[in-house]
Design a protein around this ligand. Structure first.
Ligand code: YH5
Length: 283
């Protein structure tokens, strides 16, 4: 049976979400976890973007706020100064969807004005003014689930059933967005791996992620290099690639249409093997 095409408009660009898309992570935080903050200069950022696009990324996720467990809040002016010049530089040079990873309405608006094609909010537009900014644009938004706040979220995550609770959260957030004028066809959801979840809860979510397809929105999954890999394998961040690739493939099997990763080339290869296999099913 032919898979239906599933195109989505990201500002001036269109992506086909009927097969998985790879979102490459671009950290522009000086304290960033995985790149030591070396990509602060625009030149370094652009080189990184060029490599990720050549490797097959269709989305670049630009983030200037560290949301790692324990991280401090970043001031508005500091976050703007980090991300906006980078977004403008990417927009000038490359044909790629630019995603802005932020929870601040002012950063969302400035990113939209600078050519961003996707708003990616780990706080699911719960901060003041965020729903309105997205409603007044025509861009898609990724709503992520998080329990608690980054500084404290890993202390004692508690759920009745983590998959049911995440699903209920999205039902409510999708309703709030729709009431504000954000069409459902502009919404992407993300279970929020590592954001206020124990190791076991993260794997319960991954194992049952397909339950979230009932919400009728595409799923984005970000597992790359996270503690659910590192703690399971007892591996430092630089030894989490194989585990991350395995998780990426599993997330796609369980319905994810966008995979957010550090290692674009390796993930594209892994997903190609998955896609070649799935393409032979039921013909
Ligand atoms: C996400 O899942 N995550 S920032 C801890 C790590 C490694 C990486 C301990 N923004 C997501 O990437 N946006 C972040 O090792 C995100 N989904 C979406 N939509 C945290 C991160 C990381 C944290």
């Amino acid at each position: 049976m032919n898979k239906p095409s599933n195109i989505m408009q990201f500002g001036s660009k269109v992506l086909d979400l009927s097969t998985p898309n790879i979102m490459g992570i671009l950290n522009v935080t000086p304290d960033s976890f995985s790149d030591g903050g070396n990509f602060n200069q625009i030149d370094n950022a652009l080189n990184q973007v060029e490599m990720m696009i050549a490797a097959g990324a269709s989305i670049i996720d630009v983030g200037g706020e560290s949301t790692r467990p324990g991280a401090k809040d970043v001031e508005l002016q500091e976050e703007l100064a980090r991300v906006i010049p980078v977004i403008k530089a990417i927009k000038q040079r490359f044909e790629v969807v630019i995603s802005i990873d932020t929870s601040k309405a002012e950063v969302m608006q400035a990113a939209i004005d600078s050519g961003a094609g996707l708003i990616n909010d780990v706080r699911a537009l719960q901060n003041e003014g965020c729903v309105e900014v997205v409603a007044n644009s025509d861009l898609p938004v990724c709503l992520m689930h998080m329990q608690g706040m980054p500084r404290t979220m890993q202390t004692k995550p508690q759920y009745n059933n983590v998959v049911d609770d995440v699903e209920t959260f999205f039902k409510q957030r999708i309703q709030v967005c729709q009431q504000a004028g954000i069409d459902k066809n502009r919404i992407i959801i993300d279970p929020g791996y590592g954001f206020g979840k124990t190791l076991e809860q993260n794997y319960q979510l991954l194992a049952n992620q397909q339950q979230l397809l009932a919400l009728g929105t595409p799923i984005l999954a970000g597992i790359s290099r996270k503690s659910m890999i590192g703690n399971l394998l007892d591996a430092p961040v630089e030894q989490r690639l194989a585990g991350s690739l395995s998780a990426a493939v599993l997330a796609c099997i369980n319905g994810a249409k966008i995979i957010r990763v550090h290692d674009v080339k390796e993930t594209v290869d892994a997903i190609k093997v998955l896609s070649a296999t799935l393409a032979q099913q039921a013909i």
